[in-house]
Design a protein around this ligand. Structure first.
Ligand code: EPZ
Length: 420
């Protein structure tokens, strides 16, 4: 197992490129199960999670060829309907093979999902959606056993206690595209990753409208075709870099970024005093003077993303004054707090709220990565802190940030890997 070592405390400088979107790639790879024709996917980030998804596709009977700039997925005989525990239990994104397997084979046996430890993560909305389409399900040895000889379109309200669900929306969309008749999903997730999935399905020949809005209308078709598709940039990686520039008081150019997907972050950072200038498909971040503490609450898109909450906390821990952070999507997603406090941050948690008293300086320390975005927060803190930070268990980072150490070295950071 590797750890990251960071000698922090100096500003970064230069240009950094955003890789393809992890959370858009995972359901799109699952959607290739909906056709027997070849699919070519470009700009797929090389990450532990995308590799796991490709392994899952192979285990389900697809042929996967990875080359430098694209991935080819082709048929390899008949599909298998069992999504194995070893693959699904390590990554929640893999649960979205359920919808396409049901649509294509009329049956699916998928292990209950795993993923980052960021609180309770039920699957009731996924179940509600596929049951409404005419599926019968049973639980069997940790697997969801789902059977639907004929999926039928339905009117489905998919809102839950914490709002919409991204992967439940994806699962229901992928089941509905081959169902008989019309499906309407109300309170659908509006995240850009759902828009991407809808675009991909449309190019395959699906009849789908409203993806990216709370009401998606799908008219089932008989078959779908193979396509060539390029993944859009990862908005969470992009947001992480913007926050990193602000926290390390750096001048940074970030390439391949869709800033309109990050309006809530940009709005907050403008209030904080960070200057962000737009230039075609790149942006320039300037540190700004006298940053102000600005409280923040996460919400489903277009609200402030929960996936940037930990990174924002790292930044605010370096802005004198009091900031209150509330996570309305994952109210227990605060594993980064004790680790940031080890570095001199002053953060206390009261239920679903983190209260930060900003300090002038963080100091390097040995810290433990607990989940993907908490790890990104520790990298930001380590780059801003004086002295050496050792981040243990960086396999979490490798799930979602492609070549992060190399990218940071390109900005002049002193970061390297060591074997534990
Ligand atoms: C996706 O997870 C992302 N994962 C997460 O990214 C992200 O944090 C999350 O959406 C929210 O934006 C992938 O796309 C692979 P949800 P997902 O279902 O779809 C509750 C990262 O760091 N809920 O939208 O699993 C749930 O508990 C990760 O890249 C139910 O109540 O999240 C949460 O409170 C981690 N019932 C809220 O909805 C359900 O059936 C939103 O979760 C499903 C979810």
């Amino acid at each position: 197992m590797d750890k990251f070592v960071i000698e922090g405390g100096k500003p970064l400088k230069g240009e950094i490129r955003v890789s393809g979107s992890k959370n858009a790639t995972l359901p799109i790879l699952a959607a290739t199960l909906l056709t027997d024709e070849p699919c070519e996917i470009k700009n797929v980030p090389k990450l532990r999670d995308t590799t796991t998804m490709l392994k899952l596709l192979k285990s389900l009977g697809k042929n996967v060829e990875v080359s430098k700039d694209k991935i080819m997925i082709t048929a390899n005989g008949t599909l298998n309907h069992v999504a194995d525990y070893d693959l699904v239990s390590t990554m929640r994104g893999s649960f979205c093979v359920l919808g396409p397997l049901l649509a294509k084979l009329g049956k699916a046996k998928v292990s209950m999902p795993g993923g980052c430890i960021i609180g309770v993560r039920p699957v009731d909305l996924h179940m509600k959606g596929i049951l409404a389409l005419g599926t019968k399900t049973t639980m069997e040895g940790g697997y969801v056993n789902a059977v639907a000889p004929k999926l039928k379109g339905a009117h489905i309200y998919l809102g839950g206690v914490f709002g919409s669900s991204v992967l439940a929306t994806a699962n229901v969309m992928m089941a509905a595209v081959l169902a008989h008749g019309q499906t309407v999903i109300e309170s659908a997730a509006c995240e850009p990753e759902i828009e991407d999935l809808g675009n991909f399905l449309s190019e395959m020949g699906a009849k789908i409208e409203g993806h990216g809005t709370p009401r998606i209308v799908i008219n089932g078709v008989r078959r779908l075709e193979g396509v060539s598709y390029r993944m859009s940039p990862d908005r969470i990686e992009a947001g992480t870099f913007i926050i990193m520039a602000a926290a390390t008081r750096s001048h940074m150019t970030i390439r391949d970024i869709h800033l309109n997907q990050l309006s809530a972050l940009v709005d907050k950072l403008n209030q904080v005093g960070v200057v962000i200038e737009k230039d075609k498909d790149s942006i320039h971040v300037k540190p700004g003077r006298n940053l102000k503490p600005v409280s923040m609450t996460t919400y489903p898109h277009p609200g402030f993303p929960t996936d940037l909450q930990a990174q924002y906390a790292a930044l605010m821990s370096l802005v004198p004054g009091v900031t209150v952070i509330t996570d309305k999507v994952f109210p227990d997603r605060f594993m980064h707090i004790p680790e940031l406090n080890r570095m001199g941050a002053q953060i206390r948690r009261e239920g679903g709220v983190a209260i930060i008293e900003g300090v002038k300086q963080l100091y390097g320390a040995p810290v433990m990565a607990s989940d993907l975005r908490a790890s990104a927060a520790l990298v930001i803190a380590g780059l801003a802190a004086k002295g050496r930070t050792d981040i243990h268990r960086i396999y979490h980072l490798e799930r979602g940030y492609e070549d992060l150490d190399k990218k940071l070295v390109g900005l002049g950071a002193k970061v390297w890997r060591e074997r534990e």
